[in-house]
Ligand binder design. Structure first.
Ligand SMILES: C[S@@+](CC[C@H](N)C(=O)[O-])C[C@H]1O[C@@H](n2cnc3c(N)ncnc32)[C@H](O)[C@@H]1O
Length: 319
């Protein structure tokens, strides 16, 4: 796998068999191995089995899966660590373990993912929000409010909103602002609407191609578009290429289709002092910058994520 793919941390639903997945299929956990054992012993057994199945964070995943199966939070898992598991409890854990051993991500099994300060619901058609996308939220907030005054009402748009993660994180910080999320995937938009329940009329959603159904002027335009080159998708880790929706990953032959569509519409949509912020895939900063400059936008230097990868690009309309 190329460095780009390792760093990109995005991928697809295109159910392509992956070598690691083939290996993990042979690792199993039987209900008898947990029944009558303590919760602490079950955690150890599950973690060891996940490790053998090639799972990256086996101890954390074992805690999360057992907690979910038994409806226990982290504290209860500790205080009840010597409790002996009944057959039904062991069966519930082994069902979830089987899914994880097939490399389904924990967030998909649990149906939720923490992002920014939000706990977001997921469905099979939503991309799992990634920690590096919080760099886009930070960059957007900083670019829109250089003075740190958050009193002004902004019009925000998130193109390719998925679960609503970026839009809702931004609105959660800007209580006077309104936003719209678009997506071409109607099932993803249903999930975004559920996640936005607490935002009332401040958040709305439209099914369309990027910004096609929107009118300006928009003060803050954000997007984490699909940006994996089509032919690289099958090489992504199984958690990504077998479980994230293909629509959320596939950026066309070079990975730039989404950026091209956004660049073509940005000047029509942006307010005169408006800001565009996009997430960057690994190695894409210079290419996206060229596209945006050709579309009449001025770009700031990219902002880096916690792995020191250029991850967010901020652009403004030229005066
Ligand atoms: C990488 S995911 C990002 C989801 C979410 N913004 C996040 O950061 O977690 C890209 C999203 O763009 C959507 N998408 C793909 N093509 C699109 C298009 N032509 N117009 C609008 N949305 C599109 C996908 O359905 C997916 O929800």
């Amino acid at each position: 796998m190329t460095a780009r793919l390792q760093a990109a941390s995005q991928a697809s639903e295109g159910a392509v068999a992956h070598p690691a997945q083939e290996t993990s299929k042979r690792v199993v956990l039987h209900v008898e191995e947990l029944t009558g054992h303590s919760l602490a012993a079950a955690r150890r057994t599950l973690a060891q089995r996940l490790r053998r199945g090639g799972v990256d964070n086996p101890d954390l995943d074992a805690r999360l899966l057992i907690g979910h199966a038994l409806a226990l939070d982290a504290a209860a898992l500790v205080t009840q660590s010597q409790r002996v598991l009944a057959y039904d409890e062991a069966a519930a854990i082994t069902r979830l373990a089987a899914r994880r051993l097939m490399r389904e991500p924990v967030s998909r099994i649990i149906g939720r993912k923490e992002f920014w300060k939000l706990s977001l619901r997921l469905n099979p058609q939503t991309f799992v929000p990634r920690p590096e996308t919080e760099t886009v939220v930070e960059a957007a907030l900083a670019a829109a409010y250089p003075s740190l005054s958050r009193a002004r009402t902004l019009r925000v748009a998130d193109l390719g909103t998925g679960s609503g993660a970026v839009l809702l994180a931004i609105l959660s910080e800007l209580p006077e602002s309104f936003g719209v999320g678009t997506d071409i995937n109607v099932a993803a938009l249903r999930c975004a609407r559920d996640n936005a329940a607490g935002f009332g009329t401040r958040a709305s959603f439209v099914a369309c191609d990027y910004g096609a159904a929107l009118d300006g002027p928009i003060d803050l335009l954000v997007s984490n578009p699909p940006y994996i080159a089509h032919e690289e998708i099958a090489d992504l880790p199984p958690e990504v290429c077998s479980f994230d929706p293909l629509l959320a990953l596939d950026g066309g032959s070079d990975g730039f289709d989404g950026y091209r569509a956004i660049a073509a519409d940005a000047r029509r949509l942006l307010a005169p002092a408006g800001v565009l912020v996009v997430e960057l895939g690994f190695g894409q900063a210079a290419g996206v910058r060229s596209l945006f400059e050709a579309a009449g936008l001025a770009c700031a230097p990219p902002q880096y994520d916690l792995c020191d990868i250029p991850r967010a690009l901020v652009a403004r309309t030229l005066a």
